[in-house]
Design a protein around this ligand. Structure first.
Ligand SMILES: C[S@@+](CC[C@H](N)C(=O)[O-])C[C@H]1O[C@@H](n2cnc3c(N)ncnc32)[C@H](O)[C@@H]1O
Length: 214
């Protein structure tokens, strides 16, 4: 067990606290749409999928999607949204590291043509970064997106429980771990596009897209 039960409880409480409504926009993240729309569909892993809009958007485009999140409340909403959209997604209730080792997931999470991590609510660590890199198939794409938190005060960035802002896994942490065998295709800070939920108080995204050699 890597992720403490407290993580699941905190995120469940966060989602319950939003009432019946979805806290996120219900639409796929703009950075995912921008970076993945032209990729040929294959297998995808959405890490920290929340209420599932990204996973559902990918599935609608023909991807075979595994989506991981420790919050059962978020996954219940995601399952309902997938039913409404009439798409299949493999939902895994676990944190990334637990899901990687999960005995009920043969071979753990396996490797994927796209691994997407959007606004992760968890802390950077060597095992977390290694698990993300290991989950990308040869020739596959790793997409990591977060808010540009530079200059944002703590009290301004509290969209979820998770790790304190200074500990959150950021695109630069992943970029720093990419060695030979990886090409960084995009690493930039740019205005957020697409519907922005009211909880997101700042506008810029940091986007890392890297490709693993085939
Ligand atoms: C800010 S939300 C982003 C949700 C979604 N990616 C989106 O963009 O709408 C962060 C998500 O990370 C999930 N999370 C927290 N700890 C995690 C972990 N160790 N592994 C995977 N996901 C985690 C939370 O439950 C939450 O749904």
């Amino acid at each position: 067990m890597h992720e403490p039960d407290a993580t699941r409880r905190e995120w469940d409480a966060f989602y319950v606290g939003t009432g019946e409504r979805s806290i996120w926009s219900g639409h796929p993240n703009g950075a995912l749409v921008a970076e993945a729309a032209d990729l040929p569909p294959g297998t995808a892993l959405d890490v920290g999928c929340g209420e599932g809009a990204d996973a559902i958007w990918l599935a609608e485009r023909g991807w075979r999607v595994t989506a991981v999140d420790p919050s059962e409340v978020a996954l219940e909403r995601a399952r309902a949204a997938a039913r409404a959209a009439d798409v299949e997604v493999r939902w895994v209730r676990a944190g990334l590291l637990d899901a990687t080792d999960a005995t009920d997931a043969p071979g753990g999470l396996g490797t994927h043509d796209l691994v997407s991590v959007q606004y992760p609510g968890f802390a950077r660590s060597e095992p977390v970064v290694a698990a993300l890199l290991d989950a990308v198939a040869p020739g596959g794409t790793l997409l990591v997106v977060h808010h540009d938190l530079r200059g944002v005060e703590h009290h301004q960035h509290r969209p979820g429980p998770g790790a304190p802002p200074e500990d959150l896994l950021m695109p630069r942490d992943v970029a720093a771990a990419l060695g030979a065998g990886w090409t960084i295709e995009v690493h930039t800070t740019r205005p957020r596009t697409g519907p922005v939920p009211p909880e997101a108080r700042h506008v810029d995204d940091v986007v890392l897209r890297a490709r693993r050699s085939g």
